[in-house]
Ligand binder design. Structure first.
Ligand SMILES: *Cc1c(COP(=O)(O)O)cnc(C)c1O
Length: 400
């Protein structure tokens, strides 16, 4: 079998029009978002306006990172020291990190075989504790039944913040991910759906919440220079009570993002063509389970996950190792020690240790792979063939 030679961490170049816009910002010297002239909407404000429109939300705030967006959303909702925040047992470290940033306690909720929040466990944990909110992580782009979730949260009076780092552009029943709860939080870090190196966005329809978030981001009372902010009266009551926790986006990053937002829908189609090719090929392999994608879900296939439910730890390690020897980078979420971008709740020692037997059993058989747009469809077919080959080999050896 020919090894694959593509790079799983190589993203596409920033588009030429974005490079030109960024060079213009640098030539102007006006990189700070509030360094505008009278009546001018700078690139950050333009981005907020454009992203609010894309998302179909009233308000949008651009900030420094996805993690900052989540911590700011928690603070703006009034979550603080000692409060309980529910979140997925399967997510990445910036999520429990955002909860830790506000001094709250993460209470982890089990996931299902489809890699989404287990709504029964969620309801049991809501009843057993008095959570301030649910920080839902749409981990690896898998959406739970959002209507059932909202009914459950409404019934119990629990507000929702959505971590949409992997669902920018995704939807449930035609409604954009990030528009279900009080706020949606997005990341524009290099490995997400738009790339400004680092960056974050918060969307909301709640004026007081958004006014607080804007004050927290460090607006120096210049909130009238925002692109999608509530009207100045809304700030009157909260402006002197809300601290400045500096985390603004700058004009350079926003200028990189504006043209990428134009290209987002096209890129989603390109990701899904690649994702679906791999998924269709691997669904037919014995020993591999591909999570279901309900018909209500419009996903963005920027990564691919599969389960090997029958394999033990040795087999999983063997698959990872042999795939790697053939140039295919798979991440195993069952490992005890976090490697690269994988992370398992047991390695978050700042969170109280919690029993998640179902999640642990699922993660023990879960493999994950990035799908960068620098891969052609042919590359994706090669990658899928290599995975099929190493899985078949590992399972044969397992039987012998
Ligand atoms: C990347 C990521 C974030 C946000 O990350 P930043 O690097 O802070 O922008 C949040 N949640 C998940 C699941 C992520 O993968």
């Amino acid at each position: 079998m020919q090894p694959f030679t593509g790079s799983f961490t190589q993203q596409e170049p920033v588009p030429e029009d974005a490079i030109e816009a960024a060079v213009d910002v640098m030539r102007s010297g006006r990189l700070h978002r509030y360094n505008t002239v009278q009546g001018e909407l700078g690139p950050v404000a333009e981005l907020e306006k454009a992203y609010a429109a894309y998302q179909g939300s009233e308000y949008c705030l651009a900030c420094t990172s996805g993690g900052y967006a989540m911590a700011t959303a928690l603070r703006a909702l009034g979550v603080g020291v000692g409060d309980t925040v529910l979140t997925n047992g399967f997510t990445l470290a910036p999520v429990p990190g955002a909860i830790a940033a506000v001094g709250a306690e993460a209470l982890l909720v089990e996931i299902t075989r489809n890699l989404v929040l287990d709504l029964d466990d969620l309801e049991a944990k809501i009843k057993a504790t008095d959570p301030k909110c649910l920080l839902l992580s749409n981990m690896r782009g898998h959406l739970c039944d959002m209507e059932a979730l909202m009914a459950l949260l409404d019934r119990n009076g629990v507000p929702l913040i959505e971590d949409c780092a992997h669902t920018m552009g995704a939807a449930w029943n035609g409604r954009k991910s990030g528009s279900f709860g009080v706020a949606g939080c997005f990341s524009t870090q290099t490995y997400k759906h738009m790339n400004s190196g680092e960056g974050g966005l918060i969307t909301s329809d709640d004026p007081v919440f958004m006014a607080r978030a804007i004050m927290l981001s460090g607006s120096y009372m210049l909130y009238d220079r925002h692109g999608a902010a509530p009207s100045p009266e809304v700030f009157e009551d909260i402006r002197l009570d809300t601290p400045n926790m500096s985390g603004r986006m700058d004009n350079l990053r926003a200028s990189l993002l504006l043209p990428q937002l134009q290209a987002l829908e096209t890129n989603i189609d390109r990701w899904n063509a690649r994702h679906d090719l791999v998924a269709d090929r691997l669904r037919r392999v014995d020993g591999i389970d591909v999570p279901d994608r309900p018909e209500q879900e419009s996903y963005v296939g920027s990564s691919f996950q599969f389960l090997m439910p029958e394999a033990n730890a040795d087999r999983m390690q063997q698959v990872v190792k042999q795939a790697k020897a053939l140039g295919v980078e798979l991440k195993w979420f069952g490992a005890n020690i976090p490697v690269g971008f994988t992370s398992n709740h047991q390695s978050w020692r700042y969170v109280e240790a919690q029993d998640l037997p179902n999640t642990d059993a699922i993660l023990a058989g879960l493999l994950d792979m990035r799908i960068p747009l620098t891969f052609s469809l042919e590359d994706c077919a090669n990658v899928a063939d290599i995975i099929a080959h190493v899985v078949e080999q590992a399972l044969q050896k397992g039987a012998a």
